[in-house]
Design a protein around this ligand. Sequence first.
Ligand SMILES: [Zn+2]
Length: 139
Amino acid sequence: MKIKPNSKRGLFNSRSVVEGFGPRFLDEDFCRGFLLDLIHTGNFSCSFCGHGISNKYLNDFYKNNPIYCPGCRKDFRASSGTILNYSKLSCSQIILLSLMLELGCSVESIAERLGIARQSIPRWKRKLDFRKRIKSHSG
Ligand SMILES: [Zn+2]
């Protein structure tokens, strides 16, 4: 049976797509890599002593796996000492939070979309505004 292209069956509108949109639409590995690039700006080094890491550990760096530093002999992760450290939000949640903040969405709508408590939004807004101030002052 041929399906007519002008059939009304199965139609949806852009609003229903937006209403269903959430962090799960975003690829977590890509989001983590994107945020780590923003944070480290190509400087792949130990969070504790600044010892550069070998290219063979870049994959672990982007996966946020523990990396042994031959300089200080400690294990560190790419997230160590950054806003991603001990973050309760996934990287895809942080990306969507940033996007919604920039679009001027309400705290209520952001909390609902991310599935997190409203109280945590202002704290994240301060963290991300802090990063923005740093960037705008240096650039
Ligand atoms: Zn080190």
